[in-house]
Write a protein that binds this ligand. Structure first.
Ligand code: F0G
Length: 435
């Protein structure tokens, strides 16, 4: 049974065939989500099956996404799948980061180990499979960088044309470089993410291009496997908290859906709580939950050096709100200085990540200080992107040249300046002894 697309709105719940090319409900305009009949699913048997697949050489089983395909059975057959062996990312212990975050222990689920260096690959392999199943020749997205890098890679591998739209001057260089190298048609538009998303949705409708932003419900289906892999790596004992950064809130939606379904089929007996962390200059979701308002108030001019989450009008907020509330979760916001310092601490663990990912540790530090997360609780934080995505930020931080969007200097609390040295062993020996 390949499932159906269902309108997310509780008041509507209109259903569409799984092959409908739609991102929002034709009746009410709300987001769509995939729904399956899991009544015959057996959690124990699935856990065993997925473990056995780890010894298989079949490409679908080697993928850390398609290994869990029983939890997103939207395809009738698997020929449209393009896999770059995404997923399979490690859960890393980080004692120094735990201390900094006010915890006894902390583990990072590092999605930067993915083929294109971010968590987007988990969703993109699913979205591209659906594009190919539908016979679409061209795919498109607007992106703060990682979605476009990922889509460009999977489109190239799957023989699709890729058109990406990025806010001019506002994405990290590593991400732009990837899109170019993977051969995507790349448009730099003089507008912010939210404005370009409206533009691309119009273009997609008009030109018959398949849209692969996180409004695409199949991206969400693939991203659910990040949570499944975490749970498997935890021996199916749910941690107390899963902490993740929030931008367009696709990932929050995917994580919550995965957790609800994992409980439904008996993979775990209780859900971890979600903690979503936003950057202060781009925190409409934080404001929504703090104020308890009915509708989100968009941030007109979002600002943060964590460009991946520089989003003022997050599309998936209704889903994300449901998921945070259902899991008994929280939303926190953190400053530019807090993100920068947390990022350096994650680096000092030998792990490293891009700025948006470091919002997690900065958020944990605030939430433990406030007593929301307990020191002894079991916490997994998701690092969403690789350290090398944004080398410019790193160099500026460590050399004391990083300014926040208001032009205020960020203190390089954990700075590590390169040392200029002459070609002289005796001189360098002296420098070594001094440090
Ligand atoms: N972390 C990184 C590294 C990201 O690239 C993104 C989103 C997020 C966190 C936030 O995830 O949107 O699901 O809440 N990047 C998107 C992009 C918007 O275009 O690459 P979210």
């Amino acid at each position: 049974m390949p499932g159906q697309l269902v309108c997310f709105s509780p008041a509507c719940r209109r259903r569409f065939p799984i092959t409908e090319v739609a991102y929002t409900c034709a009746a009410c305009g709300s987001l769509l989500e995939a729904e399956y009949d899991f009544s015959a699913a057996d959690g124990k048997a699935l856990r065993r099956l997925w473990r056995e697949r780890r010894t298989s050489e079949h490409p679908l089983d080697r993928s850390g996404v398609w290994r869990y395909r029983e939890m997103f059975p939207f395809l009738d057959d698997y020929t449209p799948v393009v896999t770059l062996r995404e997923g399979n990312t490690p859960l890393l212990e980080a004692p120094a980061a735990a201390r900094y975050g006010g915890l006894d222990a902390l583990r990072f689920k590092h999605q930067g180990y993915n083929p294109s260096g971010s968590f987007k690959d988990n969703g993109m392999t699913a979205g591209v499979a659906q594009a190919r199943r539908l016979g679409r020749k061209m795919v498109a997205c607007v992106s703060t960088g990682n979605t476009s890098a990922s889509m460009a890679a999977y489109a190239a591998a799957g023989g699709l044309r890729a058109a990406i739209f990025i806010p001019h001057g506002n994405i990290a260089y590593g991400k732009l470089a990837q899109a170019l190298e993977y051969g995507a048609l790349t448009f730099q538009v003089e507008a912010n993410f939210d404005q370009i998303l409206a533009l691309v949705r119009e273009l997609a409708d008009r030109e018959g291009i398949y849209l692969l932003n996180s409004v695409n419900p199949f991206r969400i289906e693939g991203q659910k496997t990040i949570v499944l892999e975490i749970l498997e790596q935890c021996g199916w004992r749910a941690p107390d908290w899963i902490v993740l950064p929030g931008g367009n809130l696709g990932n929050t939606s995917a994580f919550g859906k995965a957790l609800r379904e994992a409980v439904e089929v008996g993979l775990i007996d209780r859900s971890p709580r979600l903690a979503v962390i936003q950057a202060e200059g781009a925190a409409p979701f934080y404001n929504l939950l703090r104020e308890g308002a009915g509708e989100i108030r968009n941030v007109e001019h979002p600002e943060t050096l964590a460009t991946a989450i520089k989003i003022g009008a997050p599309v998936s907020w209704p889903k994300a709100r449901r998921e945070v509330e259902t899991s008994g979760g929280v939303v926190e916001q953190v400053s530019e200085q807090e993100i920068a310092d947390a990022k350096a601490v994650i680096g000092r663990c030998g792990i490293g990540c891009e700025p948006a990912s470091a919002a997690t540790l900065a958020g944990i530090r605030k939430l433990t200080a406030a007593g929301v997360i307990g020191r002894g609780q079991d916490v997994v934080a998701v690092l969403t992107g690789h350290l090398l995505k944004d080398p410019d930020y790193i160099h500026r931080y460590h050399t004391g040249q990083l300014d926040d969007p208001q032009g205020r200097r960020i203190e390089s609390t954990f700075g590590n300046q390169p040392i200029m040295a002459p070609n002289d062993a005796a001189h360098i020996a002296r420098l070594l002894r001094e440090r």
